[in-house]
Write a protein that binds this ligand. Structure first.
Ligand SMILES: NC(=O)c1ccc[n+]([C@@H]2O[C@H](COP(=O)([O-])OP(=O)(O)OC[C@H]3O[C@@H](n4cnc5c(N)ncnc54)[C@H](OP(=O)(O)O)[C@@H]3O)[C@@H](O)[C@H]2O)c1
Length: 329
């Protein structure tokens, strides 16, 4: 029987999510890769338990994580049932709908029909009565925002989710989404955008909106799917995401230009006494508006590496400039 580490809440930092009552761990674990039916269940299970032992209370899912679609939620359901059933009130579990999930016009995008059906499916796969956060996964250009937000609001009011979130929404739509939700009496708790040294779009307006509206954020792919680590410095390792047929990082994305920058960043991280992964995580967490860095992992040691980032989160202005210069090439 799994008994979590007693000292788990002393091992990590918790940040307030925007202006809400909810605290999230500075590092959260996402189940996009390495938790599907194609993966080794015992490894997935060990990683979730290890994360919880380190005080990582937040696990992020979506309806279509796998492969196949839905299977990461089934894996999480298995782990919840076998290991974490006594700890539900210590966990923040999120799911999402917004991308392709099932065939036909009702299994994608942002209709009320899709979101309402999808939350029920996610709860069933995970064996849960509610998720803590339910997100609309991406903006839908063809569904009125009012309809999608109304669906999120009703899902929260029904008790199937405790909080509502949005993901991949640009700054202006984020503001509108919050206004609509607020008018119905539901606050948008959190935004989930992509953010890393290689993907800085949120600096151009979104962070300001999050601050104005008191919305927290959990930034995904802070390691650029593994590029912002030392793993690709000598080529593509056989067990890396870029080498796997099911990986979203493609070998052609591991470019010489990127690797040259990574080598310089790696040297700078060493000067700071950190791994590059740790420096990349500290760098995204430097904004007050970033509540949590949402990592993926394929091995337990990667979780240890990530949590150690919290030992050195500060950057001097000179260091930040040095990073900008490296990234500018
Ligand atoms: N909302 C959205 O649209 C959206 C989209 C994408 C992701 N997400 C969420 O964000 C989560 C994280 O995304 P991500 O997996 O792309 O994040 P990431 O942290 O940028 O990349 C994770 C990958 O980097 C490698 N890695 C991690 N730690 C390492 C270390 N210390 N040293 C060397 N390599 C390391 C591992 O790949 P290897 O397999 O090579 O070891 C790992 O699977 C997802 O699980 C999901 O929950 C959300």
């Amino acid at each position: 029987m799994y008994i979590p580490s007693e000292g788990r809440y002393d091992k990590i930092k918790y940040n307030r999510c925007g202006k809400s009552g909810l605290m999230l761990p500075a590092i959260s674990l996402g189940l996009w890769h390495n938790f599907g039916r194609v993966d080794v269940l015992e490894n997935s299970r060990a990683m979730v338990k290890h994360a919880f032992d380190l005080g990582i209370t937040h696990f992020d899912l979506a309806n279509n994580y796998g492969p196949p679609y839905g299977s990461a939620e089934e894996t999480m359901g298995y782990i919840l049932k076998h290991d974490l059933s006594s700890y539900r009130d210590e966990l923040i579990i999120s799911s999402k709908a917004g991308y392709d999930m099932w065939p036909g016009p009702y299994g994608n995008w942002g209709s009320r029909k899709y979101l309402t059906a999808s939350i029920d499916q996610s709860l069933k796969r995970m064996g849960l009565e509610y998720v803590d956060i339910f997100y609309h996964h991406r903006p839908d250009p063809d569904t009125p925002l009012e309809e999608t937000m109304d669906a999120l609001h009703d899902i929260v009011k029904s008790g199937k989710a405790i909080y509502a979130g949005i993901s991949n929404y640009p700054a202006d739509l984020t503001k509108k989404a919050e206004q609509i939700l607020k008018s119905m009496g539901t606050h948008c708790l959190i935004h989930q955008p992509k953010y890393s040294m290689f993907e800085r779009w949120i600096e151009d307006g979104l962070i300001k909106v999050l601050s104005e509206e008191g919305i927290g954020s959990i930034v995904f792919s802070p390691l650029a799917q593994g590029l912002l680590t030392d793993k690709y410095l000598k080529g593509i390792p056989h067990d890396s995401r870029a080498a796997k047929p099911t990986g979203f990082l493609k070998p052609e994305q591991v470019t010489d230009e990127k690797i040259k920058k990574v080598a310089k960043l790696n040297k700078m991280a060493a000067d700071r006494g950190q791994s590059l992964a740790q420096m990349a995580l500290a760098w995204v967490l430097r904004h007050n508006e970033v509540t949590s860095a949402l990592i993926g992992t394929s091995k337990m040691e990667q979780i240890d590496d990530a949590v150690k980032a919290l030992d050195n989160l500060s950057f001097s202005n000179d260091e930040l400039k040095r990073i900008d210069n490296i990234l500018a090439g």
